[in-house]
Design a protein around this ligand. Structure first.
Ligand SMILES: [Zn+2]
Length: 345
């Protein structure tokens, strides 16, 4: 079967691999779609992966084989890969800190013993059954590939404790930022501003219900002076993880407001102690997500309250086209919708 592997800095290879083998506790899934995420572009740029199964982790597919000791799954089932429940046995779990389970984090980054030695830019993949979630009726293959980013966005909004009527600023209107803006609105935000330098992304943000979308700069301050009663935003998300995006986010909040760092890219993007102190800012981070965020995201998507269709580029990418798309994204070609790989093409 065919798979695309990350083989070095800005280097991928389309290879023929042996079929994945079934192990105790695992499933084999035929991959129908796999989203190309910001972390994939980052890995492509640096050549570094936390584990091989990390390259292409926003996948959905159909179960083709089930280990004898796995209950509750069946051949032909539509599934997607996301976080498992807390393991119950690791040190944080045994200390009552299941929301910070060490095994969950390992599984999310593909570092668990049952993870395949490649990611889901492949025709088939082996996966730990605990990581597999059934795709609800009402979500098609394209939508299901957005469930994992939607869980990340759900977690970020939950971390922010968005309250009814809050003024919310979302810096970075890529996939995660667009989803954060939508979910903040669903959580009761009174006004949502998306901030992004790309015009196409700003248009998409407005199509998806943001009150306004602006390029970084003076217009943001003017919007906040109007909508934020001259105080600033109650909550600001950094979903860009760019060179200055956390500073842009923190500069937009009122005194006592909340800043949530969502992006994980390596950067020297720092708030200084005076930035935090002068605003008495509540600075929080959202790392990945938990199984409850997956359930919430799927519920929101299944009845179309959370709209993901407009975020998806309608032209799927074959495995042979992945390298070119990664190069284009790495070169800054980000004024586009989410690209999905369809391995069967
Ligand atoms: Zn645990």
């Amino acid at each position: 079967m065919r798979a695309v592997l990350l083989t070095g800095e800005q280097q991928t290879s389309l290879v023929e691999l042996d079929e994945p083998t079934l192990l105790s506790g695992a499933l084999i899934v035929e991959v129908l779609r796999c989203g190309i995420g910001g972390s994939d572009v980052e890995s492509f740029l640096t050549g570094r992966l936390p584990a091989p199964a990390w390259f292409g982790h926003e996948w959905t597919g159909r179960v083709v084989a089930v280990a004898d000791d796995v209950a509750g799954h069946f051949e032909g089932e539509r599934v997607l890969g996301a976080a498992p429940p807390p393991c119950g046995g690791c040190r944080p779990c045994r200390s009552g800190l299941g929301s910070h389970c060490a095994v969950v984090l390992d599984m999310i980054i593909g570092a668990d013993p049952l993870a395949s030695n490649h990611g889901a830019f492949a025709e088939r993949i082996r996966v730990d059954a605990r990581r597999v979630h059934r795709v609800p009726e009402g979500i098609d293959e394209d939508g299901a590939a957005l469930a994992e980013p939607a869980a990340v966005a759900t977690h970020a909004v939950a971390r922010a404790d968005v309250a009814m009527g809050d003024i919310v600023v979302v810096v970075g209107a890529g996939t995660i930022g667009l989803l954060v803006a939508e979910i903040a609105r669903l959580s009761g935000a009174g006004a949502v501003l998306a901030v992004d330098p790309h015009e196409g992304r700003r248009e998409l943000a407005c199509d998806l219900g943001a009150d306004a979308a602006l390029a970084p700069g003076a217009d943001v301050a003017r919007w906040l002076a109007d909508k934020g009663h001259g105080l600033g935003a109650d909550v600001a998300f950094d979903c860009a993880a760019g060179a200055t995006s956390l500073v842009t986010a923190s500069a937009s909040i009122r005194r006592g407001g909340t800043v949530v760092a969502v992006g994980v890219r390596q950067s020297k993007n720092v708030m200084t102690a005076p930035d935090i102190l002068e605003r008495e800012a509540d600075l929080r981070a959202a790392l990945g997500y938990q199984v409850a965020d997956v359930r919430r995201a799927l519920d929101l998507m299944a009845d179309d309250r959370l709209k993901v269709g407009p975020i998806i580029d309608p032209e799927p990418v074959p495995l042979s086209g992945l390298d070119g798309v990664l190069r284009a994204l790495a070169a800054g070609g980000r004024d586009r919708q989410k690209r999905l790989v369809q391995p069967a093409l």
